[in-house]
Ligand binder design. Structure first.
Ligand code: PGA
Length: 249
């Protein structure tokens, strides 16, 4: 059985005061679902301290492929781990777009995360042009093959399907479209890593998830939770999503 996971990606949002949101999020999970919050790097250590008794896990939003070195402004996986993070989001489309990250970069970062004993939350997703050209599954297949290192397990990998056109736009794919991609990702993971491992990796949907659409998204096969941006910043928005996940079959 895969445990459900509600993950929040705070992106470049949040100051110390935001940490007061964590307690209610942990309470809402009540042990029924896992909750992960990925705050900006400046808040990883205080968030980990604030989340200590809440059941909420803390993650980074990116890491460098190297453990240390002359890389001004970058943060390594051992640094995130040392600050209290257990997970790190890698290959988010905003990183791929803003920083030119390619599948190969994401793969090396994931290896670094695993070396630091962290869970890699690897993001894949097609653009609207790619979807309109009926290339969605080819794109996702290429991203999975190129971004996930050998050695994946249900403990060290989470895959997030985030159609780029659905992120922050309020547009959401139909449940059939989400199901098609999630079933495809599951099949690809089973083919590459064997059915035991392939079936144990959690698959999250991300892109404009909110309280009003969470229930129908969580009912889709092979959706084990969500990666939520805007609606994860405040407990009042995120708690109903966690509750919908708890209630999902
Ligand atoms: P959104 O972002 O929920 O604000 O659309 C999702 C994400 O980018 O992870």
């Amino acid at each position: 059985m895969r445990r459900k996971l509600a993950a929040g990606n705070w992106k470049m949002n949040g100051l110390s005061a935001s940490l007061s949101e964590l307690e209610a999020m942990g309470k809402a999970a009540g042990g029924a679902s896992d909750v992960l919050i990925c705050p900006p790097a400046t808040l990883v250590a205080p968030a980990a301290a604030a989340a200590k008794d809440t059941g909420v896990s803390i993650g980074g939003q990116d890491c460098h492929a190297a453990a240390s070195g002359a890389h001004t402004g970058d943060i390594s996986a051992p640094m995130l781990k040392d600050a209290g993070a257990s997970h790190v989001i890698l290959g988010h489309s905003e990183r791929r777009t803003d920083h030119g990250e390619r599948n190969e970069d994401v793969r090396l970062k994931a290896k670094a995360a695993w070396e630091a004993d962290m869970v890699a939350v690897i993001c894949v997703g097609e653009s609207l042009t790619e979807r309109d050209a009926h290339n969605t599954l080819d794109i996702i297949g290429g991203q999975l093959a190129g971004s996930i290192p050998d050695g994946a397990t249900g403990h060290n990998l989470v895959v997030a399907y985030e159609p780029i056109w659905a992120i922050g736009t309020g547009k959401v794919p139909t449940t059939d479209q989400i199901g098609e991609v999630h079933d495809f990702i599951r099949a690809r993971l089973e083919r590459r890593f064997g059915s035991g491992v392939g079936r144990s990796v959690r698959l999250l949907y991300g892109g404009s998830v909110k309280a009003s659409n969470a229930e129908e998204i969580f009912a889709v096969s092979n959706v084990d939770g969500a990666l939520v941006g805007g609606a994860s910043l405040k407990a009042s928005d995120f708690v109903p999503i966690i509750e919908a996940l708890n209630a999902a079959g």
